[in-house]
Design a protein around this ligand. Structure first.
Ligand SMILES: Nc1ncnc2c1ncn2[C@@H]1O[C@H](COP(=O)(O)OP(=O)(O)OP(=O)(O)O)[C@@H](O)[C@H]1O
Ligand SMILES: [Mg+2]
Length: 279
């Protein structure tokens, strides 16, 4: 943990301190939901009304196994994500930011897990809609973690086989929309800089102020993918996992990131005395 602190201090990053350590949720509150179809209308608050009803079920045991805890209102871990959400939303509102890229220096730092839990937590706010988009085109995992399988996904959108509205799904949680990527995509850096993705990001951002769009991204240092994406989003949430990146990897990442757009740093897999998260 010291090397993380040193790297952040060197880069003069002050907005630090969200520490996360997950354990499987103890209680189940997401029950099987009847999903009322992909979102196709929005009211003035940007809240999505679902029509035409394909059914998607979230399996509680699967969510727990994958450390998705934010839906479990009474769980301490869920409270921690709510706290992270509150800090994030405050800073986003101050800056009129609506799109977030979740990145890390190196793989396996917890980006996908944090993106999902954060999106669920944001969706719990009655005045917000959260859209979670899987833009880790090399290693898409959002659908796997949520346990959802869809016929149409980002893969079809990228091949002009489906419009955006047909690849958005609701996982049975109000005000939460998922745009899954079901299969790895080749030439991902080229695709992420293409008009197709630029247009998607612009379209998702443009419509309503109450929308928060979270992009689960690839690691910064393993390919060009994240670097291509970062200039296209409003702000960046950096996830650094204890033991997963060296100090020089953290420093190199911080060097690449535009500091003015850095929303914050989450210290993941932090050692904590109790099993709860703390901030
Ligand atoms: N705080 C945590 N405590 C324990 N395990 C965690 C924590 N955060 C993530 N993990 C586990 O670490 C692994 C990697 O998490 P995740 O897939 O979210 O990382 P990632 O940064 O998205 O990885 P990739 O770079 O491969 O996309 C998963 O098995 C996840 O359950
Ligand atoms: Mg991931």
């Amino acid at each position: 943990m010291e090397k993380i602190k040193d790297a952040l201090a060197k880069a003069k990053i002050e907005n630090v301190g969200n520490k996360i350590n997950t354990r499987p949720a103890q209680q189940e509150t997401v029950t099987q939901q009847t999903v009322k179809g992909f979102p196709n209308t929005e009211n003035e608050l940007g809240q999505i009304t679902y029509l035409n009803t394909p059914i998607i079920k979230l399996d509680n045991a699967h969510l727990e196994k994958n450390r998705i805890v934010a839906h479990t209102k009474s769980d301490l871990n869920s409270y921690s994500f709510d706290s992270l959400r509150t800090q994030i939303l405050q800073k986003m509102e101050e800056n009129n930011w609506r799109t977030i890229a979740v990145v890390s220096p190196t793989p396996q730092s917890g980006k996908t897990l944090i993106s999902i839990n954060l999106a669920i937590s944001i969706a719990h706010q009655p005045q917000k809609t959260a859209i979670l988009v899987d833009l880790d085109l090399r290693r898409p995992k959002v659908a796997t973690y949520l346990g959802i399988h869809t016929e149409k996904s980002m893969n079809d959108y990228l091949q002009d086989k489906a419009p955006l509205k047909d690849i958005m799904i609701n996982p049975g949680i109000d005000r939460l929309v998922i745009v899954p990527t079901m299969k790895p995509v080749s030439k991902s850096a080229e695709i992420l800089s293409s008009k197709k993705i630029t247009g998607l990001i612009t379209e998702l951002r443009a419509r309503y102020e109450s929308r928060i769009v979270i992009f689960d991204c690839p690691p910064v240092l393993n390919s060009d993918d994240a670097m291509v994406l970062l200039p296209q989003v409003d702000c960046i949430l950096l996830v650094i996992a204890n033991g997963m990146s060296t100090q020089s990897e953290i420093e190199e990442t911080l060097h690449h990131l535009p500091k003015a757009n850095l929303l914050g740093v989450v210290l993941n897999k932090a050692e904590v005395e109790s099993k709860a998260y703390y901030y």
